[in-house]
Write a protein that binds this ligand. Structure first.
Ligand code: ZN
Length: 972
């Protein structure tokens, strides 16, 4: 599964009203549904296929769990292994037809062949939110002719709700070693439009009409909400799937369709008549080929009215499905062009064939995750698969390439070889994330070496500083089912991928891929635990003599996957001593005794040296002693190939600053980035003084790597220093120090920009960094930068052909408006209101409109975005933007005080106080609050004020200290 797209949503009054209406509609639908359930049940009794011939009474529903039931296997979180599934024969029939998207129910029938491994009279399987029409157990199979197989009498069928089990209590004992068949007829719900789990519905516009699509999302534990099953990743089985649907729709599943024909069994049924009173529906049934042995969470179902484009790669038919409008517009061509080559690339890299003969990639309008890797039927959020051929500037293409590679990688890591249990989900997600970057290198030529460390390792180290209390392989044995989804976190994905990158680096990619091939071949159609991977790596290491590891692979790697956090290395090059300790967000007394076995790659004066290992708390490396010469230097962790931070003694940090000032290119750009990142982080965490990173910034005039710049600008936090613009002492110093350093880099990109915007079709990751350089140069008032903004803004005003590239529009629009008056402002406001303006653009324009220096335009901005009858979060955001404007502080406060009666008080206050810095501002605000608010509101407001005051003071103090240092060291 790919990471979540949305982190949340806001509800305005209108939305709340809408929700209330939806709920009312839902209640009505439930009423209809109750009637239908009755009729469907009757209908099922007529249908030979759907209704099992039950030897015992068919159960109208499973009974509820009695309050006094004895303890049993239903109290365990994991299924007992007495009975294991071998094959499912599954039929699903969503009760939906065009124009009648109600009732949102489906009926289903599943016959599961199981092997009894230990004699038992109780069978447990997963089931949640399903209603049962019939249940029976047949067997033993195989000995007698098929038609004479007898039913095993059923004593009771009930649901153990806490662990989502369906319990079948039998009157006879099943024999060990024998095969049986469980037959279950059931009904379930198609989820509403806000839940994208189980079987769910999307409605959308296409070809000028409203349509719907049904899709499934079952990872990690939603298969049990769609059909009763043994819903654990290690309980693999084969599946024969059939889907009944309206003839104008297409049904898709994991395997190719075997047959599409009329569903005769129900032609005269009450259900068929019910669905459309005037025109009887001739239901169609699509049956699919038998699947390979697989886990339940990657079974998948889609019923849609989409179009597709297709291609064949090494006998694998690839189809990309989407809304017909999107297919017409060519939005799926990029995905079509890259999918086949990525399959072949991974097949060759891993040297394991893809075992299916078809693969569908379906773009649905809305799901929670970016995409889901279901075997042979990957389901994507539209925005993760559709590429607008007009879009030349954004990083969209790269994102699609990464996400498609990620899901294809899962066809091996996850689908073919599956983790035994969810605690090792990193074996799926870590590998899929790592392989994304190999795909990006292969398809879009973005070099792995440079890119992976910048995009994955460094950001992940920064996140772990926030004391994420997680390890890559989850050790919480008691984790509840409903918290499994928490395992799909950034540590699993990005630290998992970083550890894999480290492994591949120290053992070489050639051997690493050999080991992966051995692991994948050994566990195909089966399950593995982390130790299985280590064993296969160990085997490959043992077979060669080129290098030795300091310890068994398991011992080395467990130190990275089973422990939380990461090491900080402290280096003393005058003695050659390197020691390790766990890194903490704030240095101090911690009782962690974790140590890691750490591979250390290193460069001396530009030359790569043999890898060494730190396998204890502290060790002396005589080869790492350096002389007093400024030309003798060492850099550790080449290409950030391992997952740690490094601290040096003060003298050596200065030496590195001097090396950079002399010839920055002597040190590779990834290492320059790491030096900067480590130095800033170590100073924030009190491992070094604040001056350590500042010394390193002195060479920046010669820095031409935009990602290093991006990192430094972010670390300095200039975008949150709005208050400095009003500070006559600090702002000029900062400007005097930083502007000359950023100017060469600015001119480099301004030149490209003016030459032709086509020239900016460079690596979009760079574009993002360049935006930061432009906005900083303009913030310092660099005349050329302001001219550039006006120039481009005016060109755009004169002709829509010169639309500002979206990624730059934040700076260009902001300073275009800043320099202009109401003409520029009105132009931008018009664009903002146009329906077709893309949302990324709107965000930038919304901000840019607050950049004006005309007071009445700021007033207007506040009024336009704060509708008295329907205050929305965007209104509070508008107040925040105006308060940050150099002339906007009092305008925002005046507006807020006049509109206090309808503004959300807490959010508005929080937006306003971020800019309160001086004692006099504080006093005036306090007077205002005392006169305006009710006593209890005043307590809350004062609390917010005091917190903001201390944060602001602290920030100002550290910024002042830093700027004073710059002043002192300006011309050293
Ligand atoms: Zn994934």
């Amino acid at each position: 599964m790919s990471a979540k797209l949305r982190s949340g949503f806001y509800l305005g009054k209108k939305s709340v009203l809408l929700l209330a209406l939806l709920l009312a509609a839902l209640l009505l639908a439930l009423l209809v549904l109750a009637i239908l359930y009755g009729r469907c049940a009757r209908d099922l009794k007529k249908s030979g296929q759907l209704l099992p011939v039950a030897p015992t009474t068919p159960w109208a529903n499973a009974s509820a769990e009695p309050a006094t039931r004895l303890l049993g296997p239903w109290d365990q979180q994991r299924l007992p292994r007495h009975v294991m599934p071998i094959h499912y024969s599954l039929l699903l029939w969503p009760h939906l037809a065009p124009g009648l998207p109600e009732p949102r129910t489906y009926s289903g029938q599943v016959n599961i062949t199981v092997r009894c491994r230990e004699a038992t009279s109780t069978v447990l399987l997963h089931s949640a939110d399903l209603t049962y029409q019939g249940a029976s157990v047949w067997g033993p199979l195989g000995d007698a002719p098929a038609n004479s197989t007898r039913g095993v009498p059923l004593a009771e069928l009930w649901e153990a709700l806490e662990n989502q089990y369906l319990v079948l209590e039998l009157l006879e004992t099943l024999s060990a070693g024998a095969l049986y068949e469980l037959r279950l007829a059931f009904q379930g719900k198609i989820q509403s439009e806000l839940i994208f789990s189980g079987l769910f519905l999307n409605t959308y516009e296409d070809e000028g009409e409203s349509r719907w699509v049904i899709a499934s999302q079952l990872q990690p534990t939603a298969a049990r909400f769609v059909y009763p099953c043994f819903d654990e990743p290690a309980m693999k089985a084969t599946f024969n799937i059939s889907i009944v649907h309206h003839p104008s729709y297409v049904a898709l599943s994991n395997m190719p369709a075997l047959d599409v024909s009329e569903y005769k069994e129900v032609n005269e049924s009450a259900l068929s008549a019910l669905m459309n009173e005037t025109t009887p529906i001739n239901w169609t049934i699509t049956t699919f080929e038998r699947t390979l042995k697989m886990s339940t969470y990657i079974t998948a179902f889609v019923v849609c009215k989409f179009d597709y484009v297709t291609t064949t790669e090494r006998g694998n038919q690839i189809r990309i499905w989407a809304r017909k409008d999107a297919v017409q517009g060519g939005f799926i061509n990029y995905a079509l062009n890259i999918t086949g080559p990525i399959f072949s690339f991974l097949e060759d890299l891993l040297n394991v064939s893809y075992p299916l003969s078809k693969t569908d990639l379906v773009a649905v309008p809305n799901i929670d995750a970016g995409a889901m890797e279901n075997w042979g039927l990957m389901i994507f959020h539209e925005t993760s698969l559709l590429y607008n051929p007009e879009d030349k500037y954004s990083s969209k293409k790269m994102q699609i390439c990464q996400i498609v590679t990620h899901e294809i990688a899962h066809q091996w890591f996850g689908n073919l070889v599956t983790m035994d249990w969810w605690n090792d989900i990193w074996l799926n997600e870590g590998f899929a994330t790592y392989l994304e970057y190999l795909g990006l290198d292969y398809i879009e030529h973005i070099p792995l070496d440079n890119h992976f460390s910048k995009q994955v390792v460094l950001p992940m180290l920064a996140k772990e500083n926030q004391e994420l209390n997680l390890s890559v392989s989850d050790t919480d044995e008691t984790r509840q089912t409903d918290s499994l989804i928490e395992l799909f976190n950034t540590v699993t994905y990005h630290k998992g991928a970083s550890i894999i990158w480290m492994l591949s680096n120290f053992m070489t990619e050639r051997l690493f891929m050999k080991a992966l091939n051995s692991y994948l071949s050994a566990f195909s159609f089966s399950n593995a635990i982390q130790d299985d991977l280590w064993n296969h790596i160990q085997k490959v290491i043992d077979e060669q003599k080129d290098f030795q590891l300091p310890a068994p692979v398991k011992m080395i790697m467990d130190s990275w996957t089973c422990q939380k956090g990461f090491p900080l290395l402290t280096v003393n090059f005058s003695t050659g001593n390197i020691s390790q300790e766990p890194f903490f967000a704030e240095k101090g007394e911690h009782n962690s005794i974790n140590t890691w076995i750490i591979p250390i790659s290193w460069i001396r004066n530009g030359t790569l040296q043999p890898l060494v290992w730190l396998d204890k708390r502290s060790k002396i490396f005589p080869e790492m002693k350096i002389s007093d010469s400024e030309h003798d230097w060492i850099i550790l962790n080449v290409n950030m190939s391992a997952y740690y931070r490094i601290n040096y003694d003060q003298k050596y940090w200065r030496r590195l600053a001097k090396v950079l000032e002399g010839d920055p290119k002597a040190i590779p750009s990834v290492s320059r980035l790491q030096l900067m990142a480590d130095a800033f982080q170590l100073s924030w965490s009190s491992y070094t003084g604040y001056e350590t990173p500042l010394y390193l910034t002195k060479y920046l005039e010669k820095e031409d790597d935009s990602t290093v710049w991006k990192m430094v600008l972010h670390a300095l936090g200039i975008d949150s220093w709005g208050f400095l613009l009003r500070d006559s002492e600090l702002y000029p110093v900062l400007k005097q120090y930083l502007l000359p350093r950023i100017t060469p880099m600015y001119h480099r990109y301004a030149h490209l920009f003016r030459e032709s915007t086509e020239a900016l079709e460079i690596n979009p990751f760079t574009i993002h960094a360049v935006e930061g350089i432009l906005s900083t140069a303009c913030w310092f008032g660099l005349r050329d930068c302001l001219d550039l903004a006006s120039e481009f803004f005016n060109k755009w005003m004169n002709s829509s052909k010169h639309e500002v590239p979206v990624c730059f529009s934040s700076t260009i629009c902001c300073y275009g408006v800043w320099r202009g008056d109401d003409k520029e402002w009105d132009f931008l406001w018009k664009i903002f209101k146009q329906k077709e303006t893309a949302s990324a653009y709107r965000t930038n324009i919304f901000f840019a409109l607050s950049c004006t220096r005309v007071p009445w335009l700021l007033q207007r901005y506040l009024h336009y975005f704060n509708d008295e009858t329907d205050p929305l979060p965007i209104g509070v955001e508008a107040i925040r933007n105006v308060a940050r404007n150099e002339i906007g502080f009092w305008i925002a406060w005046t507006f807020a005080s006049e509109s206090w009666s309808y503004l959300p008080i807490r959010a508005t206050l929080q937006a306003l106080v971020t800019t309160v810095t001086t004692p006099i501002e504080m006093q005036m605000v306090q007077v205002f609050l005392n006169n305006t608010l009710e006593p209890e509101q005043r307590i809350m407001a004062t609390d917010i004020m005091l917190k903001a005051k201390s944060v602001n003071e602290e920030r100002k103090e550290s910024v002042t200290k830093m700027i004073m240092w710059l002043k002192k060291n300006m011309d050293d």
